[in-house]
Design a protein around this ligand. Structure first.
Ligand SMILES: *Cc1c(COP(=O)(O)O)cnc(C)c1O
Length: 222
C-alpha cells in the first residue's frame, strides 16, 4: 500500500500535479474481507470490486467500517439492483438501459449513485465500453436520470508495455472529458490506470487509479 502511494506521489510531482488530487482505489476482487480490513487499518478508505455477489458479501461483512465501495466490473441487467443498493460508485456504465435500471433501483435514503462512463479507447483491441463517438449521447441520458450523478469517464486500455501507447490511450480519454466539459458537463473524474500503467495514467491526468495486484498481490482466480 505504501509502495503504491509512493509511486503515485512520485509521478504526480514529476508531472507537476498535487498527489492529493489522485485517489487510490484498492481493487480487492478475489481477496477476502480480512484483506480489506487490514488495508483499512493501514489507512485505505476506497475499495473496488468486479463481481457483484462477491462485492455484496464483502460490503455486508464490513458494514461497520466507514468504507467507500466502487463497482468496476461488467454489469448484467439482472444485477443492477444489487449494485444500486450496495455500492457508492459505478465506473463501468456503458449502456443506457443499465443506467436507467441503476437509477430506478437506487434506494431513496441513499445519496445518488456516483457514475463514470466506461469508454472503449482501444478500438478493435477491446470489446468493453461505449465507443468514443457515442459517449456524448450516453452522458446526456445519465445526466437526466434523477438517482445518478455523472462524475466522469473510465477506461481499461489493452495491456501494453509501451508507455507511449499507454499514454496515448489515457490522453484520448482526457480529451473526451475536456470535450464534454466544453459542452457543460462539469466532469471531475478520470478513472484510469492499474498496477502496470498507473504512472502513464497519472501523467495524463487520472484522478482515480484502480490498483489491485500491486497492493494485494497476485490473484489466484481472475
Ligand atoms: C482487476 C482490475 C483492476 C486492477 O488491476 P491490477 O492489474 O490488479 O492492478 C483495475 N480495474 C479493473 C476494471 C479491473 O478489473
Amino acid at each position: 500500500m505504501q509502495v503504491v502511494r509512493a509511486r503515485i506521489a512520485a509521478v504526480a510531482r514529476a508531472a507537476g500535479r498535487d498527489p492529493g488530487a489522485i485517489t487510490l482505489l484498492a481493487v480487492s476482487k478475489t481477496f477476502a474481507a480480512d484483506a480489506v480490513r487490514a488495508a483499512h487499518g493501514a489507512g485505505q478508505r476506497e475499495f473496488g470490486e468486479n463481481y457483484v455477489q462477491e462485492g455484496v458479501e464483502k460490503t455486508a461483512a464490513l458494514r461497520a467500517l466507514p468504507l467507500i465501495w466502487h463497482f468496476i466490473g461488467p454489469i448484467q441487467s439482472n444485477k443492477t439492483r444489487l449494485i444500486a443498493e450496495h455500492f457508492d460508485w459505478v465506473h463501468s456504465v456503458a449502456r443506457e438501459k443499465i443506467a436507467q435500471r441503476l437509477s430506478q433501483a437506487r434506494p431513496e435514503q441513499l445519496a445518488p449513485l456516483e457514475i463514470c462512463l466506461q469508454v472503449n479507447v482501444s478500438g478493435e483491441a477491446s470489446k468493453s465500453g461505449v465507443a468514443p463517438e457515442e459517449v456524448r449521447a450516453l452522458a446526456e441520458t445519465v445526466r437526466a436520470l434523477p438517482r445518478l450523478r455523472l462524475r466522469g469517464l473510465m477506461a481499461v486500455p489493452e495491456p501494453s508495455d509501451n508507455v507511449d501507447l499507454q499514454r496515448g490511450r489515457f490522453r484520448s480519454l482526457r480529451l473526451l472529458q475536456e470535450e464534454l466539459n466544453g459542452a457543460g458537463f462539469g466532469l471531475d473524474t478520470l478513472s484510469m490506470g492499474m498496477s502496470q500503467d498507473l504512472e502513464a495514467a497519472v501523467m495524463e491526468g487520472a484522478t482515480i487509479v484502480r490498483v489491485g495486484t500491486a497492493i494485494f498481490g497476485e490473484r489466484v482466480k481472475t
